[in-house]
Structure formats: C-alpha cells, structure tokens
Design a protein around this ligand. Sequence first.
Ligand code: PLP
Length: 437
Amino acid sequence: MLKAEIQYHSTRGEAGDVNYWKAMMEGLAPDQGLYLPTQWPDLSETLWNNIQGKSIQEIGRQIARAFISDISDEKLDALVTDALSFDAPLRSLHDDLYVLELFYGPTLAFKDFGARFMARLMSYQALKNDQKMVILVATSGDTGSAVGQAFEGVEGIDVCLLYPSGKVSKLQEQQLTTIGNNVTALEVDGTFDDCQKLVKDAFADQDLRNQLVLSSANSINIGRLLPQMFYYGRALAQLEEQTEVHFCVPSGNFGNLTAGMMAAKTGMPARQFLAGTNVNDVVPEFLREGTFTPRPSQNTISSAMDVGNPSNLERIRALFTEMPLLKNHLWATSFDDNQTREAIAKVYQEAGYTLDPHTAVGYLTAQQYKQEENCDHPIVILSTAHPAKFSDIVEPVIDANIELPPALKESMSKDKKSIKASTSYPAFKSFLLSEYV
Ligand SMILES: *Cc1c(COP(=O)(O)O)cnc(C)c1O
C-alpha cells in the first residue's frame, strides 16, 4: 500500500497539485478543470481480493484512508461510519441481472452517499480552522434536498438553498423546505437559471467573500465522487463471484459512473462499465462518432439525467485519453420515454419489481448489452432512486400505488418553511449579510 500522501491535480493541467482538503474546499480548480488524484493506490491485496461479506462502512473506511491524509485514523473512521448510516443492498432480478439499491438515505437517492460524506468532511475542516461557512446551492429539485439533508445539524456550516418558486414538484418542495435548523430555503420568484445566476454572482462578489466564507456542494466536487466508490465495493461484497462483473449506470452528469472508474483504477475487478442515458445522448454519440457535441438539455421523465453537457466527461477523458482504450472500458446507449415506461411496466409484471424511471433506463441498457454482446456475466444495475420519488410517473404505468417510505411521509406531513426572494442580486446579498455575518 502506498504511504505517500495522495495529491490532486486539475484535468486542465494548469493548476498546482493540492491535497484532498483543498481540492474539496475549492470544488473547481483555479484553471476551471476538475480535480483527480495524481496517483492511484493499489487496493487489490488489502481490499478487492477479499471483499466478500465486507460492510459498506468497512469498505468506506479503507478507501477513504487511501485517498485522504492529514486526519487521524480514528477521526476519519468516525466520520465515514456516521456518513454511511444505511446500506446498499443488492437484489437479484433475473438472468444474472442485479439491482444495487442506492435509495435508503434520507432523500431516497444515491446522491445522499456523496452529500453526507462531504458534509461531514467539510464540517471537520471548518471546525479545525475555526471558520463559519455558508454553502450556497441553486437547485431544480433533487440536489438541494440531498445537500440540505446532508448538512442538517452539521456544526460550523449553514446552508442556503435557492429554488424556483412553482417549478419543483410538491414532493420536492416539501423535501427542500422542511429541513429547518441550519438549512434555509429561499423560494425565488424566477427560474432555475435565475437561482443559479444569484449563486454565481455571490461567488464572484469579492466584497461579500471578504465577509463570508462561501462554498458550493456541486456534484463536480471530488468530495462527492470519492464516497461513491464505496458502494461499487459493496455490490461486489454481496456477489458470490467477483470476476467479469459489469456495472450499468443510468447517467446524466456521469459522476456516478466516474466514481466506478476511479474504483477500477485502484484494482476493483470490473469487466466494463455500461452507461444508459435518456434522449440527452451526447455521450453515446461521442463514443459512436468520436465527436463531443454539448447541447441544451431536453426534458424527460428521468429528469435527473436531463443533462446536455455532462461535466464529468472531462474526468473520464482524462482517465482514458485514447478512444480505443475508452471504448474498451465504456459502452453506452440511450432510450426515450416510451421505452422507459414500457420497461417499468414489464419488470413490474414479470418480476414484481418496481423501477424508478432512471433505473429503468439502466435496465434497458443492461438488456440491450446482453443481447448485442451475448453477455452471460453478471450485470449490476445501479438503482439511483426509490420509485416513490417519482410516483406521479410510475404509478399510472404500473396501475398501482407505491407506498411512501417513512422519510418521505415525514417530510410530507411537516409545514413548509421558505423565505420568498426576488431575482435581485443586491437583495440577495443583503439577505446573506444580515443572516450570516
Ligand atoms: C443525479 C441522478 C442521476 C444521474 O447521476 P450522474 O452522476 O449525474 O450521472 C441519475 N438518477 C438519479 C435519480 C439522480 O438523482
């Protein structure tokens, strides 16, 4: 095992190497690139070759230790254990198809893993530096609640979520506005783009930043990707045979899939990664035609994957610089909403299992791959959200009710608490100064 401290460098190569803490606190590198480790610890002997039966916490502690220095074993272990308070169970669907259920966190989606881990590490850093911090997040729904929940009650850090009034679902709004404590929801009279603009203006405002330490909890942050490696390990820990496993990932910004590739870099046995997208298919097109053409996103029923310019492709291209090499590791395809609905109905009828629309895209991807490539090895489909989160789409398709899990029921029964805001930046700035300084 590598003893030297792992450093992080920018994909654009024009920023200096930094340690984990700086990479996480900065989010984006100064040259606008994304952070990646400069070296890859080999965890074959210590972790991957004897992964069977290991818990998510055990796996998390080992991977975190290999990538993060300047913190005691005891403290890091405690933070990892606290972040990973729920499991990622593997279910067998049929014919060597497995579903890795990543929806047992507080907001019922995989983003809870990354957000909870990063929240605890940011809090540790803020307290160590005796610093108060404010996290600003513009959200169109799901990211805001995952980040808000993750930081709820976390010491040293306040969170301000900005969401567009009337443009998120009732369920999403309840999740955003009922967290309370150190998490404030601003209901902006405008669009998601207006929310994003307010956050960008705040980050660009030197006068504000002299008075307030600001940070973002954006999905491009290496601090959110690192913990997403853990559950790939947890999937293998639940399989009898760990060789020739394929991982199939429903993808939007490609952060989830990048985390799997990072795990593979440390020796995780994975035959290939399969990416499924909705009609926002710039990555499948890139693999097919060799050109990357970002474009405005189209709305679909798998809305968390409506991304027209997936930011983590920059990391993937840095990991595999040659196209033939990349194709050897990544296979991708796309499906439209009708196909997605059909898959939800079929799996419900034939296997008695309810897929959410994102996972359904993953299921279709795995099936297509199996047929086209004659694959009879296990395929693990990452299930990114609980179907109850998208009951408005799923219930009519399966013609049945989906029971709300307790976490959702609880937020539906609480009183909404939001502060109305306009799209004016000066008003936003005075709010931040009066609230947090
Ligand atoms: C965010 C999200 C995705 C897409 O994940 P990426 O890491 O952006 O590729 C898929 N499904 C759900 C439910 C999500 O919330």
